[in-house]
Write a protein that binds this ligand. Structure first.
Ligand SMILES: [Zn+2]
Ligand SMILES: [Zn+2]
Length: 214
């Protein structure tokens, strides 16, 4: 499902995907050795991810601090009541059936990116269309800026869309992995398999999102 429209293309710019973090190396803040399983902080200005040791990670967990770095939380949520249909998704002007949406606090707006052969393609969301979706799904409002993303994916069977909240480093890792596997026009079978594994892992880790106070 690829739409080609010059107007849409103008809104988009291809950004190089962040390279997958080097595993089993050193903390990029203090140079302590760290294991393959480690945490990340986001540089809010460059939006790059840094691999950190636990001590450095904990310096940046305060969401209200006026800091340049922010720790990526380890939170996965599913939204069972999420309702977006094909028409509403089309209004977001995302040309593929899978996207990550996050709030960029420096730009002060919600941005979408999606995987492709060149890495992540980024697109600015039509704000009115996104606001209507959040109004109909107020539980999405718990998304933390810069460090978490909403993974929206078309349900192949129905025409409906599912939504999960995931750590943003997970999204960049997926984009980096898919870029290496990408073949041809639609990515090919290895890309499809990697995506299925990714969604199964996200589903397994997700807890039901708390309902907003009504
Ligand atoms: Zn450190
Ligand atoms: Zn890392």
């Amino acid at each position: 499902m690829i739409k080609s429209s010059a107007a849409l293309a103008g809104l988009r710019r291809v950004v190089s995907s962040r390279p997958p973090p080097i595993q089993g190396e050193r903390c990029e803040m203090c140079a302590e050795p760290i294991g393959a399983e480690h945490q990340h902080v986001v540089n809010l200005e460059s939006r790059g991810l840094m691999c950190t040791c636990r001590a450095c990670y904990l310096l940046f967990t305060d969401e209200n601090a006026e800091l340049r770095y922010r720790a990526v939380p380890d939170r996965y949520l599913s939204f069972a009541d999420f309702t977006v249909d094909a028409r509403q998704y089309d209004e977001l002007e995302i040309p593929v059936g899978l996207a990550f949406l996050f709030r960029n606090s420096v730009l002060g707006r919600v941005v979408a990116f999606y995987p492709g052969p060149a890495g992540a393609t980024e697109s600015e969301l039509p704000l009115a269309a996104w606001s209507r979706i959040v109004a109909a799904n107020p539980q999405l409002d718990q998304l933390r800026p810069d460090v978490e993303a909403l993974l929206i994916r078309s349900d192949q069977r129905g025409g409906a869309y599912s939504c999960h909240l995931v750590p943003i480093d997970t999204c960049y890792e997926l984009v980096g992995r898919l870029r290496l596997l990408w073949r041809g026009f639609d990515g090919g079978s290895e890309v499809r398999q990697a995506m299925e594994e990714f969604f199964a892992a996200v589903e397994a880790r997700s807890k039901p999102a708390p309902r907003p106070p009504s």
